[in-house]
Design a protein around this ligand. Structure first.
Ligand SMILES: Nc1ncnc2c1ncn2[C@@H]1O[C@H](COP(=O)(O)OP(=O)(O)O)[C@@H](O)[C@H]1O
Ligand SMILES: [Mg+2]
Length: 225
């Protein structure tokens, strides 16, 4: 269970442009399920995902991960939990140009200090799982949108995270690739992963793999089902 209580987040706090992107979020998210966050642009979806994933801290309120309060942990511990617990897929996929698909997949594992050969083998397995083994040595900038997405997912999986956070992962993909993404989500769910994602795509909302939808509006939860 991931639990948020009274989570608020201000940007530029105390300045004339202070903005409260989250205004009191209370939420319980099931593990090993797929939850989709929907709502208008600017409603706070990305901010909420960064709070859950420990990429930033709430201004106030608490985020608990399996009974553990992660919002108040010292940076060093938070960083460690983040690396081991969460895998991130960003809208633009954020692959590093000039590096191969394989190298990109390996990056998040470097801080954990695995032997290079073991890491390389695991990265190849992840690419293979995503049907991308043949492109392991392709430079990131040579990949198509759908291929880049699958490499980004492989990268998110490299540290075997329990929770995968994906922010608008299908926004830059055409319809068929969005379907393919849903199949990948179903496979990850079957492997016991927790999936949290944002999307504007009605096909995602209606997909059978989705267990819950949280609607956001003006930094608050408008409804969830
Ligand atoms: N780093 C930032 N500094 C100031 N305002 C921000 C920052 N990031 C996001 N915001 C503002 O917070 C609000 C929520 O943003 P965001 O969480 O990205 O919403 P969504 O993902 O739903 O589009 C928006 O009004 C946005 O402009
Ligand atoms: Mg966003």
């Amino acid at each position: 269970m991931i639990e948020l209580s009274e989570v608020r987040k201000a940007y530029n706090q105390g300045k004339p442009n202070e903005f409260w992107a989250l205004r009191g979020i209370d939420l319980r998210l099931s593990l090993k399920a797929v939850t989709v966050f929907m709502g208008p642009s600017g409603s706070g979806k990305t901010t909420l995902l960064t709070m859950i994933g420990g990429l930033a801290r709430p201004t106030s309120g608490r985020v608990r991960l399996m009974e553990r309060d992660i919002s108040s942990l010292p940076e060093k511990f938070l960083t460690d939990i983040r690396r081991r617990t969460f895998g991130f897929v960003f809208q633009s996929f954020n692959l590093l140009k000039g590096m191969t698909a394989l190298e990109n997949v390996m990056i998040p594992a470097y801080p954990l200090g695995l032997p290079h050969e073991a890491l390389r083998k695991r990265a190849l397995e992840m690419l293979d799982l995503l049907g991308m083994a043949a492109k392991a040595e392709s430079k990131a900038e040579w990949l198509s949108g759908g291929e880049a997405q699958r490499v980004a997912i492989a990268r998110a999986l490299i540290n075997d995270p329990d929770v995968i956070i994906a922010d608008e992962p299908t926004a830059n993909l055409d319809g068929q690739l969005a379907e393919q993404f849903l199949e990948i989500m179903a496979e990850l769910k079957a492997r016991g992963k927790t999936l949290l994602m944002t999307s504007h795509d009605p096909r995602i909302r209606k997909a059978a793999v989705v267990d819950g939808i949280v609607w956001m509006q003006d930094g608050q939860i408008a409804s969830s089902d």
